[in-house]
Design a protein around this ligand. Structure first.
Ligand code: NI
Length: 172
C-alpha cells in the first residue's frame, strides 16, 4: 500500500467525470488500498479517485467511529431527503471551509470491492460524505453548492473559537 499524492484545485482532474468501473481486478484492489491509506494519512473521512488523479468511479468513506472504510464502486444516489446546512471542507481545497446545504438522509446503491451490489442509507455526516464523494466523481466540488461568497472562507482568518469548530469539521 502507498500514500498517493493528492490533487488540489485547480488540477483539471478534479473537474472531470470519472468513468464507470466494469472490471474488478487486482489493479483496482491496489487503488482501493492506496486510497484508504491516503485518506488515513490525510485525516479525511472520505476520498474519491479523482483526488488521486484516477478517473474511475470509486470512493472510500470512513467516519471517525467507523472501524473500517466503506468502499463504494460506481455509487449512485437513489434518494435524497431533507435539507440541512453543513460546514464542510475538502482535502483537495486545503485551508478553506464553506457553509452549504446538504440532504439530511441519502440512500446510495453501489458495488463493494468484491463486486457485490449493496445499498447504504446515511444520515448527517454519512449522508454529507456520500454526497460529497459522489459529487467528486462527476467533477463537482462543495464550493459549487455555495451561493453566498461570504460562506466560503480561509481557515486562518477566523478567531480561535471558530478555529476549534473548524478542527472538528470533516474533509473528504
Ligand atoms: Ni472533497
Amino acid at each position: 500500500m502507498a500514500v498517493l499524492p493528492l490533487r488540489h484545485l485547480p488540477d483539471p482532474v478534479l473537474r472531470q467525470k470519472a468513468k464507470r468501473i466494469r472490471t474488478i481486478d487486482a489493479a483496482l484492489q491496489r487503488l482501493i488500498d492506496d486510497m484508504i491509506e491516503t485518506m488515513h494519512a490525510e485525516n479525511g473521512v472520505g476520498l474519491a479517485a479523482n483526488q488521486v488523479g484516477v478517473l474511475r468511479r470509486v470512493v472510500v468513506i470512513q467516519l471517525p467511529d467507523d472501524e473500517q472504510a466503506t468502499v463504494l464502486i460506481n455509487p449512485e444516489i437513489i434518494l435524497r431527503e431533507g435539507e440541512v446546512e453543513v460546514h464542510e471542507g475538502c482535502l483537495s481545497i486545503p485551508g478553506y471551509r464553506g457553509d452549504l446545504k446538504r440532504a439530511v438522509t441519502v440512500r446510495v446503491k453501489a458495488l463493494d470491492r468484491t463486486g457485490k451490489s449493496f445499498r447504504i442509507r446515511g444520515q448527517e455526516l454519512l449522508a454529507e460524505a456520500l454526497e460529497h464523494e459522489t459529487d467528486h466523481l462527476d467533477g463537482i466540488l462543495y464550493i459549487d453548492h455555495i451561493t453566498d461568497p461570504e460562506s466560503f472562507y480561509k481557515m486562518d482568518s477566523l478567531d480561535a473559537s471558530e478555529g476549534d469548530r473548524q478542527a472538528n469539521t470533516a474533509s473528504g
